[in-house]
Design a protein around this ligand. Structure first.
Ligand code: ADP
Length: 545
């Protein structure tokens, strides 16, 4: 799994847990809040309904009920909404208090202030007269109570009479109040209707039920209308109901998030911390520092890159140390020789002669050659060796090399021939490639005894030009073959020094060939001879068949 995906999944995990926890806690709080609100509403609804109904019965009207409702709402911490059967709002405590209306709980409770006649078995009220009298009394009492309320007098108290009819009685009218007169008039006003309704029951099968019904119908026209009572949410201290638990929930979620994020950060940064520590150690010179590279993600790849870099640095430092040691070693021998001769001359141990100076000259030349080769090699390995590339015929170059070495070959009594199947057009630095061939031919002549032969061959292969330098010399032991291209490596240092070899020729040759996108390799049989083979890509227009 990639590093980025891991970060994403872990962060997602923390976010989901945090959001889930918040949602769960909020849900629980809301549920509890609704439950509590409903419980309160149920507990208070009966009391509130009875108080409102009593008001209607005592006052004979709903006028002025708003003040009582406001008081009830404040006492019970509930929104109280009264609506008549036509849906018109009689009073709403939240509107009264000029506050935002809270939701109300359904279903509503019916408040019916109308009286209902109760006829006990055998009661003489069964007579038409008794019912008519009850109706007249009720109507008078209701009108009187309503008048007192509207007039601002002290309303009467309500006491149910023997037939269950709540009759307001008492009350104090204001001076000059028309209430008594209105009440007396009301008693008369519907007497004829009452009479008709009551006498209509004489023929009814269930006389009692008909009378109860007739009473209800007649009383309805005077009594206050029924209302629907709705209750709203508990008006609690907002801090204790919502803010405090919400704050606690947010705090808990925050703590959870912090712990989660800290865990994620720790988990993510651990490999980076170890990489940072390793980089510091490396910078302090501990080139053997490596980090554990587990996993196939970006951090694992970074660790592997770090290890590769550390290995390269260590390798480069080792190579540098070896090179310095090699240079010191290579220069020490000719220097010691020169020093030895000079001291001997100074002490008069050897006479100054032409041969001696010739020998001293040889030693100094060798030192210069080592330094020149070293410079070439350093430049080539750093990629700073300047190449002047042109198109030229490699077959011609082979012939030029042969001619250039003929004198040395004759001097060593070695037969030097060339077989070049030209033209072999290549693109490269002619001088540098001549240097490569020169090195191979010089070596071949150097390690071939008199009477032997060195053959240069140039021929094409598909897309490539090949040059072979074959000799019938001493050859190279199989165990030495892997080292021939290493700097300062020589099969026989003593003999090579005699012949003026620096031990760098093949190393430089290989670097030049590689810089020309070519290859160089060697096959050899000890005692029979060696074949060095160099391959270059042909220039493009000749490369295609
Ligand atoms: P040098 O300048 O000493 O010849 P090179 O890098 O050219 O250095 O060669 C490295 C060594 O490889 C030589 O010292 C020699 O031992 C071996 N070598 C190179 N060419 C041949 C060859 N044609 N036959 C046998 N040995 C060879």
């Amino acid at each position: 799994m990639s590093f980025r995906l891991r970060v994403f999944l872990l962060t997602l995990f923390v976010a989901v847990v945090a959001t889930g926890a918040t949602a769960w806690i909020s849900l629980r709080l809301t549920t509890q809040q609704i439950d509590r609100s409903q419980q309160q509403a149920t507990r208070h609804i009966a009391d509130i309904a009875e108080t409102v109904r009593s008001y209607g019965r005592r006052h004979g009207t709903w006028a002025g009920v708003a003040a009582r409702v406001g008081q009830l709402s404040a006492d019970n911490k509930q929104r109280i909404r009264l609506v008549n059967l036509y849906g018109q709002v009689t009073v709403d405590s939240d509107t009264l208090a000029k506050r935002t209306a809270r939701p109300v709980v359904s279903p509503p409770t019916l408040i019916n202030p109308r009286p209902s006649l109760t006829l006990a078995a055998g009661a003489n009220v069964k007579t038409d007269y008794g019912v008519l009298d009850e109706l007249a009394q009720y109507r008078r009492a209701v009108v009187y109570a309503r008048c007192l309320t509207e007039d601002g007098g002290e309303p009467p108290t309500v006491t149910p009479d023997a037939y269950g009819i709540p009759l307001p009685s008492g009350g104090t009218p204001k001076d000059g109040s028309p209430c008594s007169t209105q009440a007396a008039d009301a008693q008369e006003v519907a007497a004829a209707d009452d009479q008709t309704a009551v006498t209509g029951c004489r023929a009814a099968a269930d006389h009692s039920a008909c009378l109860v019904q007739a009473f209800g119908n007649q009383a309805e026209t005077f009594a206050p209308e029924p209302l629907q009572l709705y209750l709203g949410a508990v008006d609690d201290d907002p801090l204790s109901v919502l803010a405090r638990p919400t704050m606690a929930a947010i705090g808990a979620v925050l703590v959870l998030s912090v712990i989660g994020t800290a865990f994620v950060a720790r988990h993510m940064s651990r490999p980076l911390r170890s990489l940072t520590a390793a980089s510091r150690r490396l910078a302090d010179g501990h080139l053997d520092t490596r980090v554990k590279s587990t996993g196939r993600d970006e951090v694992g790849e970074l660790s592997r890159s770090f290890n590769r870099m550390a290995e390269a640095l260590e390798g480069a430092e080792l190579a540098q140390r070896r090179l310095l040691a090699g240079v010191a070693h290579e220069l020490r021998t000719p220097m010691s020789n020169v020093l030895g001769y000079l001291e001997a001359l100074q002490d008069g141990v050897v006479p100054a002669s032409r041969e001696l100076f010739g020998s001293l000259h040889e030693e100094v030349l060798l030192q210069r050659r080592i330094l020149d080769d070293l410079q070439d090699l350093t430049l080539a390995e750093a990629g700073h060796l300047a190449y002047r590339r042109t198109d030229f015929d490699l077959a011609e170059l082979v012939e030029v090399s042969r001619v250039a070495h003929l004198a040395v070959a004759e001097h060593g009594r070695v037969r030097l021939t060339a077989e070049a199947a030209g033209p072999l057009p290549v693109h490269g630095d002619q001088d540098r490639l001549r240097q490569v061939l020169g090195n191979l031919v010089t070596n071949a002549l150097r390690y071939t005894d008199p009477g032997g032969a060195v053959v240069l061959r140039a021929f094409p292969l598909p897309g490539h030009a090949v040059v072979e330098v074959r000799d019938t010399g001493c050859g190279i032991a199989p165990e030495d073959l892997p080292f021939v291209f290493q700097r300062f490596w020589r099969a026989d240092p003593a003999r090579d020094r005699e012949t003026g070899g620096s031990g760098l020729g093949l190393t430089i040759a290989r670097q030049i060939v590689l810089d020309h996108d070519g290859t160089i390799d060697v096959t050899s049989t000890e005692g029979e001879g060696s074949v060095f083979r160099v391959t270059f890509p042909l220039t493009r227009r000749y490369a295609s068949p």
